[in-house]
Design a protein. Sequence first.
Length: 421
Amino acid sequence: MINNIPQPIKAFLAGVNLNDPNFDYYMTELTNLATAANLDVVGQARQNATQVVTSTYLGIGKINEIKNIAHGLKAQVLILNDELSPMQIRNLEKLTKLRVIDRTELILEIFASRARTKQAQLQVKLAQLQYELPRLHPSENNLDQQRGGSLANRGAGESKLELNRRTIGKQIAAIKHELEHVTKQEAIKAKRRNQNQIPKVALVGYTNAGKSTTMNGLLTKFSQENEAKQVFVKNMLFATLDTSVRRIKLNNNFSFILSDTVGFISKLPHNLIESFKATLQEVKDADLLINVVDATDPNMLQTIHTTQAVLAEIGIKDTPMITAYNKADKTERDYPQIEGDNLLYAATSQASITVLAQLITQHLFAASQKVELLIPLTAGKILSQLHEQTQIIDEEYQSDGVHLYARLTPDKSLQFKKYII
């Protein structure tokens, strides 16, 4: 019987180690990225050097070695561990007779296959075009199918390269314009969330550490509509690109807005970070970050550093953070455990989720207190302010006014002091 299932493309990996102590970690990441892109990794090679070769990235001896091994293994693609220049890619393709993909292009292709919402699709496409533009070459013919009617009036002397650059330039401008419109819509939604004064918590961390599973755990524990609000979860890199926002109402009447954001990885392309800054606005607006870490990852410390580096790049430095070490159920340690702002837990464990909620409560609501207020029936403006700026627990209209039970921070207690009874 003939097997009609398409076989995965075989890939060979290579990288130059410039005396970097994290090189093995980066190569492991590259393997995981290739697997996430449905490639079959058949082998890898590395070269120790003090600097990369300007024209070919790898030395000619190593290139010939890779060519022989890769062709022997029937590899079709050569994936490099760094972002290469256009010249390096072209020269390597000529010398190895393989398609050459650098780390940046690989990540962009994965993101393109995972994007679901309009905003994420536009962001990835923008990053791809910005990556592609400086890599155009006169011999390339890959944009022929993208020519539209608007290009029919081009000058007879215009080269293919100029045409392709102009085509991509127009596409970039159009996407930026459309993305600006979508981003404004998302900003309006975020502004509405910010106006209600409910604290905001953002899940951040290395891709596939368990952020979405943690969100679903909180929804299952504290939301009556948990099935409709569950977010997508799958054991693969970058399963979630689109920011999901949910309201979590705890059993003690505390509420907060929880966002699940795109995962991070080492050497995340700068264009991609720039394109996703609007999506990551939820992280910048957060009152508390939860850095979800895979406790079973042998490179755990490096993943924490990776998250810190990406947060710094988008301008986040002083936001309070809980470091949540997930997947404790796959270790031999007892859990859940709290040590300062560190939590060892399992996102699939109800007991763990309860402890996480307690830790979040301590961070967000330690200074608030439950008070009773009496608002005159004629003071509609004050009533609106309380609803917008505080957490209302209970509300009852009586003949002498509106009796409210609310949780107030010290500054709000001072602001509404005359109404507290």
